[in-house]
Write a protein that binds this ligand. Structure first.
Ligand SMILES: Nc1nc2c(ncn2[C@@H]2O[C@H](COP(=O)(O)OP(=O)(O)OP(=O)(O)O)[C@@H](O)[C@H]2O)c(=O)[nH]1
Length: 285
């Protein structure tokens, strides 16, 4: 999260990723289920070449259930294996194992045909900042998992974690830089916390979010903040300010505080399960 994505840094990240990719059979590509489009990396498919990937829609507990299903179908229609997870919860190992087995089957058969012993699939987790990479790795590693230690011929310092008997997971995730396509993508990345707050105006983020929610999730807004959700944005902001007592000394509304509350309550899921992008037009806003 503390990375500034200037071009030199992106280049370095890319070459590190290329190095890591050489070590694995397939990748788990983590996407934020609230913004599957914006949280994907435009260059990943290219970097993978023929290497397989499994799309892991993470943070599904924060995203709209119906939209999770739509996104699952969307990726499946592209011939990709997709799983939905909440990486903070235990019990996802079997799901990951089944998907890896499915995708690795072909390669395992090739190894067998060449008279080579079957071996665990070598897997790594990749994704943009804050998407949940470390959380997923820790979850898959579990308490009892053994680090398998450095492998000969492998970059020194790289550790492999044995997950069950059929997956070896690289303990360091592949970091991907976020999209810099357009302002709307940048706003959604910042709203979900993938890029740092300080570089984007909090109020701009919050009011943009509020507008999206007025259109797509009015009932969630109403149950959290009350008031008439259909009134113009600026009036609704004031009504939230009054309801939450966000007032400055002179009785003026403290807009900065309202913005902070909105963003925090969206990010933590207090506002409800919300997805900001849908397949096809890919953007809810
Ligand atoms: N609600 C919810 N929170 C999650 C989930 N996965 C991760 N998180 C939270 O998201 C935040 C970021 O998770 P990390 O695992 O640190 O993300 P990362 O991709 O390793 O982040 P960087 O180190 O910045 O690249 C943490 O506060 C996690 O607890 C999930 O499925 N659901």
């Amino acid at each position: 999260m503390s990375i500034n994505w200037y071009p030199g840094h992106m280049k370095k990240t890319e070459s590190l990723l290329k190095e890591q990719l050489q070590l694995v059979d397939l990748v788990l590509e983590l996407l934020d289920a609230r913004i599957p489009y914006s949280s994907s990396n435009p260059k990943l498919a290219n970097l993978l070449q023929h290497k397989k990937r499994i799309v892991v829609l993470n943070k599904v507990d924060l995203a709209d259930e119906h939209m999770n299903k739509l996104w699952q179908v969307y990726f499946q229609q592209q011939g990709l294996e997709v799983i939905q997870v909440n990486a903070t919860r235990s019990g996802i190992n079997r799901l990951v194992q089944e998907s890896v087995d499915k995708v690795f089957k072909e390669k395992a058969a090739q190894l067998k045909a060449r008279g080579r012993n079957s071996r665990p699939a070598r897997v790594m987790v990749v994704g943009i900042p804050n998407v949940g990479k470390s959380t997923l790795i820790n979850q898959l590693a579990g308490k009892g998992s053994a680090k398998t230690g450095d492998k000969p011929g492998v970059t020194r310092g790289k550790q492999w974690i044995r997950v069950h008997d059929r997956i070896e997971l690289l303990d360091t995730p592949g970091i991907l830089w976020p999209k810099f396509e357009d302002a709307a993508t940048g706003i959604r990345l910042a709203q979900t916390g993938a890029i740092r707050d300080e570089i984007v105006d909090q109020q701009e983020l919050a009011w943009n979010l509020l507008q999206t929610l007025q259109t797509h999730y009015p009932l969630l807004l109403e149950s959290r903040y009350g008031g008439d959700v259909t009134q113009p944005l600026i009036d609704y902001i004031d009504s939230i300010g009054q309801a939450r007592g966000c007032l400055l000394k002179a009785g003026e509304i403290d807009y900065q505080r309202i913005a902070r509350i909105l963003l925090e309550e969206f990010r933590s899921g207090k506002l409800g399960r919300i997805t900001l992008e849908k397949p096809l037009d890919e953007v809810t806003a």
